[in-house]
Design a protein around this ligand. Structure first.
Ligand SMILES: [Zn+2]
Length: 64
């Protein structure tokens, strides 16, 4: 399973196929967006920098 972040509606969508990926919320074509394997923890440090990925884990937001 894979997930992608849609920059248009700012939500994640999930799919088992990475070929053509249409956002189920806004029908945006997000095939070119980077995908994340949801079977692995997203801790590789190469994220978009929005800090929204590990929701509930408390490691996202940098509060100054
Ligand atoms: Zn969308």
């Amino acid at each position: 399973m894979w997930k992608k972040y849609c920059p248009r509606c700012q939500r994640f969508s999930f799919s088992a196929c990475r070929d053509t990926w249409i956002c189920p919320y806004c029908q945006e074509d997000i095939s070119s967006q980077p995908e994340y394997n949801i079977n692995e923890s997203v801790h590789q440090g190469g994220e978009t920098g929005t800090g929204e990925i590990m929701e509930g884990k408390g490691n996202g937001r940098r509060t100054a």
